[in-house]
Design a protein around this ligand. Sequence first.
Ligand code: PLP
Length: 407
Amino acid sequence: MKTPDPIESLADLRHEFGEHGGVNMSVETSTTFTVMAADTLPEIFQGLRGPASGGCYLYGRHFNPTVYVLGRQMAAIEGTEAAYCTASGMSAISSVLLQLAGHGAHIVAGNTIYGGTFALLKEYFPAKVGLKTTFVDVSNIAAVEAAFTDRTKVLFIETMANPLLTVADIPTLAAIAHAKGAKLVVDNTFCPMVVSPIQHGADVVVHSLTKFINGASDYIAGAICGTAEFITSLMDVHQGTLMLLGPTMDPQAAYAISMRLPHLGIRMVEHSRRAKVFAERLAESKVPVTYPGLPSHPQHDLLKRIMNPDYGYGGILCIDLGTKLRANEFMEILQNKDRFGFMAVSLGYFDTLMSCSASSTSSEMSPEDLEEAGIQPGLVRMSIGYTGTVEQRWEQLHSALEILNLV
Ligand code: PLP
């Protein structure tokens, strides 16, 4: 199957003009909308009449026009019928999972997912809503199949699992989920443009827009991409998790993020290009580096099969410094001596962000869970930025490794 170019799909999208014909869309800040004919209100309320069918927008927590535009752009990027945006990546994930799997149901999830999602599934859901999860190594297909029960409603994975960059075999996992009557939900936060999970059989794609898609680390935001029926169900006034739990995106945030989408592709190309140069040089210098663009990565060939052409292998790499102490020393040199990047959680920023996963973004996991998932105490995750020149940044990185006698 030919994978559509996400940038082309985005360009195909009907342009949203501003209120006065401006090249940028206007921001709609109204929280409520005027109904012109009183007898249309019941149908508007039931979702039977919208702005395109003789009705109007209803209320800002339901659909807001500016947030809706960003949703349509996200749908174009992921190749889905529809999408809607939320106040955070976590609210996108929790809303989707609660919509698809309620009390008494069961989820199968990857065991190296983002720590917040791990805690949501392992601790919060069982305690608050009686929804249980079995965690598995998603690269072990037999283990994934064996984890399903007759209550399993969702298989939840990350395209490139956090932080070890294990690439999921989305086509095979989609086939397993569907054969068992479950939906495949994919968190594609690490790989916008790089992989389009829907093209490989996923049912729903979620994003933390806080990361690469936004690119400036100034908004917390999320997105849910899926069928029009699923997105509409999230807004149902009786059973919709977005409508009733209310993780609503601010229209100003939707506007700001929308303005960064046209250069997302260019940014991903550059994040990926630099991460690959550094990973190759680190590997040549015998530094333990994990990067899916290296032929030595266990899922390098798999990623080559499922990735879109032209956006590279992603902007994240990991270096194993052996111990937490050395990992901390390494990051301190890089930040405080040379300004190579920032010691900060998160990813997808224009500057490099570095964190020691076991003691930060994966710290919700117990020592046993960390060991089982293969997350070493000295593992430093680096989201490679694109400021400065490649050679300036390489010199800084190399000099930090020299100071620690690693090269
Ligand atoms: N998914 C992944 C892969 C993440 O790395 C994160 C945050 O780090 C999230 C989801 C949560 O997103 P947010 O912080 O926007 O709620």
